[in-house]
Write a protein that binds this ligand. Structure first.
Ligand code: FPP
Length: 255
């Protein structure tokens, strides 16, 4: 059982905005939170302790993103491939959203954060879905930071499901293939309604995208750090955002 702790939000109010203000803050930051297992192993601890500390980093990062003025924060919490892990670890990961929300949901409501979930509900344990749905329902009228959990999410599955849906519409005579546009595909993706990520962060030194937002990342800026996810904090987020703000995005054109 995960030890229940009091909300971190109040305790971490001390998180300060960067000394220099950043002009060009990305609207949507998406994070591949990697390295929980190695963080634990480095200290001779079981992997699940890494995930538990990863949950604390989720909290810190949410507060920091909010303070920086980021509008959308997407966190890759569980992929469609993560089911291959040992059952104990999967069970633990499936309890984390529930634990996190049991501690934090009141504060998230109060802080005007809107919680969303992007992924297949099918296959998730009912307790996980119930916790996520309650959080989505209780925060749906909030118009502050959007905290989007990618849970049981896989981009190839997302694209495949989108194709199936459009295929069914074509078969029913409700859609002309010529009328399919990138914007239409966008709306049919699980991320429908969110802008594409401006900045994608991956922790732990791995430099791959692991089936994450493949359609949506066409023009995302990437930022990698060797830091393991449980050690991630506002300083790394500021560093990533500051570097983003210095880059020039050309979208295939010229400046
Ligand atoms: C990858 O690290 C991390 C995951 C598969 C799980 C990520 C989950 C969290 C950070 C907690 C989520 C919290 C909430 C509130 C949903 P890894 O285990 O693959 O690390 P390793 O590569 O070092 O083994």
């Amino acid at each position: 059982m995960i030890k229940r702790v009091r909300s971190w939000w109040k305790r971490e109010e001390k998180i300060e905005p960067p000394e220099r203000s950043i002009d060009n803050v990305p609207e949507h930051v998406a994070i591949i939170m990697d390295g929980n297992g190695r963080w634990a192993k480095r200290q001779g601890l079981p992997r699940i302790i890494g995930h538990q500390n990863g949950m604390k980093a989720v909290k810190r990062t949410t507060i920091a993103a909010d303070k920086l003025g980021i509008k959308y924060l997407t966190l890759y919490a569980f992929s469609t491939e993560n089911w291959k892990r040992p059952k104990d670890e999967v069970d633990f990961l499936m309890r984390l959203p529930q634990e996190f929300l049991a501690i934090e949901l009141d504060e998230l409501v109060e802080k005007n954060v809107q919680v969303r979930m992007m992924g297949d509900r099918e296959g998730l344990p009912s307790h996980t879905v119930k916790a996520m749905e309650e959080a989505v329902r209780r925060t749906e009228t909030n118009d502050g930071l959007v905290l989007n959990f990618a849970l049981n999410y896989g981009s190839r599955k997302e694209i495949t499901d989108c194709m199936r849906e459009l295929g069914r519409k074509i078969e029913a005579g409700a859609l002309n293939p010529e009328d399919i546009t990138p914007e239409m595909l966008d709306r049919h993706m699980l991320s429908g309604g969110l802008p594409d990520p401006d900045l994608i962060i991956r922790t732990s030194g791995e430099m791959r995208v692991s089936n994450f937002m493949l359609w949506q990342m066409a023009y995302s800026e990437m930022w990698f750090t060797d830091i393991y996810w449980p050690d991630f904090n506002e300083h790394y987020l500021y560093e990533a955002v500051a570097e983003y703000s210095r880059r020039t995005r050309r979208y295939g054109g010229l400046t």
